[in-house]
Design a protein around this ligand. Structure first.
Ligand SMILES: [Zn+2]
Length: 707
């Protein structure tokens, strides 16, 4: 078979000559720390024009490590050569090849560290010393020089700008405050769900792993806040106490009093310090109450309060206590950023130790070959820079990616890079095939979308679209049961007849427009109207893959709820999933009214004073003009007033997608794109992305991997 000229390291497979690996011995300047890279903060920018998304970046780690895939990857990397069958898969990767992949990953890490330095350092010009393991001719080093060290306006490219911006945002004082508040909230949730005690009856595996993942993500997003990055805890405490002071100061009546010459007058300084201390005590209580509250609205309130104090403080004179509180908070974040700069420089000095088989960490391991030691280092590297590796995989051309994936598999690094995945409860088989696959998943891996999945996936031949069909069974809730017959005996309950048509044509139209299966569809336009419109432009060409995915969503209504198959959805006159106490409370119109009254009295903005009478009038108005706002669906309960937009989101739960927004019960964080339909189910522009299709089809893929 004719092949391209294989790379040097690949020659060993053809000529079976063992090359003596050239390992550079590089002196270490500092000890290895356990500093990890930015997770959200790194940016994940695939290319200009594409949206940023952690979820998209994470999908590059979804590959298998079986021997056949490994051989194929190495063959791809080596220009399509046939690998001699007598070479065992574990011997395929020579030390030189591991070092080749590692050096590419080290370059990416250098880029990340250089950007992080640029985002925190006040030094001008920025100083970066090239680590020895990075070649002076490396394109990455050239980019760093052109973009950061001696910037040339023509050299700044989209990825550099975008990534630098993402890192700058992770040390923005206002963002840092939000990161700190949300982390406190997650810690409280972790305790209340007994996440440290798997034997507790309150322990929920799904919730706890979500919380843990969210904490990790948050810690990585705001490196200035966590000692895991090597920042001294005293620096972090300074940020925390100054956050409390700013919040507390906002409640004090004399916060805007002018104290002239605070810097030079001891009396002024003393008076202001007294106020700052009082504000600290006050603020600590406010923050504590908010992060421990059962009501998520209370938590959101402290975020709003902080934002207000932050902008008031920014506008206040530094001769006032409010201005001083603001200045101290901002300086506190800078103090933490200075710490981050020091640890980042140390990491840069340490970068080359990963390609040194005899660095102090691996040197201590007895009986390992150099090649095994390098694998150990790669595993270490993956633990410290998971996002750098994900980003590198996104950026690499195919031949380079093939080698990197093979090396990561071989080193055992993949468990540190992959997000949790679970295929339990799925029955099926590979596509295409004559029979449809029944996806029958009773409880999903992600808490708590809670919708049993039961859909059919079929594809008779490889050239036809994969068809995903789902029948949603609707039953009437208690306050509808006696009032909704099927008088014309067409199998559809009369009160649902119109809705089922509107919901069904919209859901199918939306999904099949997105995947390019139809040119136009009957889509929801506003509260009253659905009409036939041309499909909007696809959000991502990857959705309109070949041979394509076609959806067939149908609703079946049932007069009684006996023996109704899953997925079963109860239809209510009123329903609000935010009400505690289960479906009997959540689906009671009286309870929903009471709930909305208390929301109105505490949080709604209405043009008149918030009295019971005014609020009742407001609720009556909204019931008439905007009933959607009073109800809140979940995947197993809809209201008669739910718009097709909400149904799209709920249907996607039934197809297996989890939430992507954050709230008290669902601490996933903003994993998806800003306009992902699973992140914002109510807005008119919620979209699906290729990764959503992958996830819907994942049960089939999982099954294929198992077999
Ligand atoms: Zn949802």
């Amino acid at each position: 078979m004719a092949v391209l000229m294989p790379r040097l390291a690949c020659l060993t497979f053809l000529v079976a000559v063992s090359l003596v690996p050239a390992v550079a011995h590089i002196p270490l300047s500092v000890n290895q720390s356990n500093i990890v890279d930015g997770f959200g903060g790194y940016g994940y920018l695939p290319s200009p024009g594409h949206s940023e998304s952690e979820a998209q970046a994470a999908s590059v780690t979804e590959f298998t490590c079986d021997p056949d895939s490994q051989r194929e990857r190495i063959s791809t990397h080596c220009g399509g050569i046939d690998i001699r069958p007598e070479i065992k898969t574990e011997n395929l990767l020579r030390e030189t090849m591991k070092l080749e992949a590692l050096s590419r990953l080290q370059e990416q890490a250098l880029e990340y560290l250089a950007l992080r330095l640029a985002s925190v350092s006040k030094k001008n010009p920025l100083e970066i010393t090239r680590p020895e393991c990075i070649s002076a001719n490396s394109p990455t080093w050239a980019k760093i020089q052109a973009n950061l060290i001696s910037p040339n306006p023509n050299a700044i490219n989209y990825n550099f700008r975008g990534r630098l911006q993402a890192l700058k945002e992770s040390i923005d004082p206002k963002n840092v405050a939000h990161g700190m508040l949300w982390m406190k909230r997650l810690q409280v949730a972790s305790v209340s769900l007994h996440c440290n005690d798997t034997t507790s009856s309150h322990y929920e595996e799904g919730s706890c792993s979500s919380i843990e993942y969210q904490m990790k993500r948050l810690a990585n997003q705001y490196p200035v806040l966590w000692s895991a990055y090597g920042i001294e805890s005293t620096r972090i405490e300074v940020v925390e106490s100054n956050l409390d002071i700013l919040v507390g100061m906002s409640t004090m009546s004399d916060k805007d009093e002018v104290f002239p010459n605070i810097a030079t007058s001891p009396d002024s300084r003393k008076a202001v310090n007294r106020m700052l201390n009082k504000a600290w005590a006050e603020g600590r209580d406010i923050v504590h109450d908010a992060v421990t509250s059962d009501e998520h609205d209370d938590y959101l309130e402290v975020e709003r309060r902080f934002d207000q104090a932050f902008s008031d403080g920014a506008g206040a004179s530094t001769d006032t206590p409010m201005g001083q509180a603001y200045k101290r908070f901002v300086n506190g974040v800078q103090f933490a950023a200075n710490g981050l700069e020091a640890t980042t420089r140390a990491q840069m000095n340490n970068l080359c130790s990963y390609s040194n088989a005899n660095n102090p960490r691996t040197h201590a391991l007895p009986g390992l070959s150099n090649s095994q030691k390098i694998s150990h280092n790669i595993r270490d590297f993956a633990a410290n820079y998971p996002s750098v590796i994900r980003q590198a995989l996104v950026d690499m051309p195919q031949t380079e990616r093939a080698l990197a994936q093979a090396v990561l598999c071989e080193s055992g690094a993949m468990p540190k890079l992959r997000l949790p995945k679970n295929c339990s409860g799925v029955s099926g088989g590979p596509l295409p095939g004559s029979a449809a696959i029944l996806v029958d998943q009773i409880s999903g891996p992600d808490w708590p979308y809670g919708m049993p999945q039961r859909m059919k996936i079929s594809q008779p031949t490889p050239t036809q679209p994969v068809e995903v069909s789902l029948k949603v069974n609707l039953v009437l809730g208690p306050e509808l049961q006696d009032n909704c017959p099927d008088q014309n005996h067409d199998g559809v309950l009369d009160c649902l007849e119109r809705l089922v048509n509107v919901w069904g044509s919209d859901a199918n139209g939306f999904l099949n427009c997105s995947t390019g299966q139809v040119p136009s569809a009957t889509l929801w336009q506003n509260m009253q109207t659905s009409r036939v419109v041309p499909c909007p432009d696809p959000v991502d060409p990857g959705l309109q893959r070949s041979p394509g995915v076609k959806f067939k969503i149908s609703f079946q209504t049932h007069t009684s709820d006996d023996d109704v198959p899953e997925p079963k959805v109860t239809i209510h006159r009123c329903f609000n999933s935010s009400i505690p106490g289960g479906p009997s409370n959540q689906g009671s119109c009286k309870k929903v009214d009471q709930f909305n009254l208390s929301r109105c009295l505490t949080t709604w903005t209405i043009g008149v004073p918030r009295t019971v009478e005014n609020c009742q009038r407001e609720i009556a108005q909204r019931r008439l003009h905007n009933p959607e706002q009073l109800n809140r669906a979940d995947s197993g309960n809809y209201s008669l007033t739910d718009s097709p937009q909400i149904i799209r989101h709920e249907i996607l739960h039934a197809l297996g997608l989890p939430e992507e927004y954050q709230d008290q019960k669902r601490p996933y964080g903003h994993i998806g794109e800003h306009d992902s339909i699973m992140r914002d189910g109510r807005g008119p522009y919620g979209r699906i992305y290729p990764r959503h299709l992958n996830q819907i089809l994942a049960p089939v893929k999982c099954r294929m991997e198992d077999e």
